[in-house]
Design a protein around this ligand. Sequence first.
Ligand code: C2E
Ligand code: SIN
Ligand code: SIN
Ligand code: FE
Ligand code: FE
Length: 355
Amino acid sequence: MAALRSIDLAITSGIDLTQTLSMILDYTRNHLAVDAASVLLLNLQNQRLEFAAGAGFWTAALQHTQLQIGEGLAGQAVQKRRVVHVPNLKTRKTDLLRSPFFGRENFMEYYAIPLIAKGEVLGVLEIFHRSTLSADQHWTNFLHTLAGQAAIAIDSAMMFKNLQYTNDELTLAYDKTIEGWSRALDLRDKETEHHTRRVTDLTLRLAQRMNIPDSELTHIRRGAILHDIGKVAMPDGILFKPGPLTDEEWVIMRRHPLIAVEILKPISYLIPALPIPRSHHEKWDGSGYPNGLAGEGIPLAARLFAFADVYDALTSDRPYRRAWSQAAALEYIRENSGTHLDPNIVSLFIRMMTE
Ligand code: C2E
Ligand code: SIN
Ligand code: SIN
Ligand code: FE
Ligand code: FE
């Protein structure tokens, strides 16, 4: 019971499969008093049984085992879904003898137990003993229980792997989706189709220089990609106006950060990315919008992003003016240190742009 309990714990605590199998094999050897034991796993890609873990062997004889289903004693156990028992290996010609070192192991009695979970064969547990085993009902029951535990361990490890794979796939799909939205916005704006990519790259470079942890960078990247998604709600007459905006038009334009929040906030995985769309037009001195935040009251991600956005907007053509030179844009950034932009980041940004 104690052995089974420890194995249960190992399975549920998500210790890796090789470790769990080694533990099961140790218990198998100790509690069944057998000399050696191994687990072969069925590789679903090539439908072969491959060595996964072993204990009690003198040589590496079996470590390169690769069997087809039906091949060898283990392959037969899998194919027939039943225990294969050989009381004396020495009087039988088996595929095991193909391994040049197998003779040196001096094994006599052998069992192969198929490992089955939810009706699927996942592999096989092999038992080797160098003399005759005296198997009674207790012994046989415990053998089957251990095999059942091994099957559950393998099944849950495989499920975990698949789940992780699905998760990675989903994240990738989400990221492609938000890139698609932002691409739609850039296409509408006609100009600077690479604006979003450039401001995103610049923001991430700046964030890396400030040693912002990788876990944050993911949210910063998504926030940068989506920063102006609220402009989808701006009428063409305002967005593409060749001259300065009137007061009424500014009232509408200044809504784009909160429109972005309205669009994105129902999407839970984007909530940590909201600071940039919401606060990218706040200014250090409190004169920005939508909330008039000031200084470090403005989320750091948004303060960083403002450098990239202003720099890239100034050095790009806009319907209302031609692109500025890099020198003019950097001069503007220097002049607006402490009014528009975070004065503690200005020199870091200028160094990054000029080195
Ligand atoms: P945007 O063109 O992408 O500009 C982003 C930010 O870069 C601006 O935020 C501003 O901080 C800075 N910026 C861009 N161009 C200039 C410029 O020529 N001079 C100065 N001093 N700063 C500049 P802001 O001001 O909150 O504007 C937000 C958005 O409103 C702009 O995004 C643009 O879509 C629109 N907008 C701003 N000014 C005008 C304008 O005069 N005419 C039109 N049609 N749209 C404008
Ligand atoms: C654009 O979406 O191309 C312009 C948005 C901006 O620079 O703020
Ligand atoms: C911070 O404010 O959290 C550090 C970055 C800065 O200098 O503003
Ligand atoms: Fe904006
Ligand atoms: Fe922008």
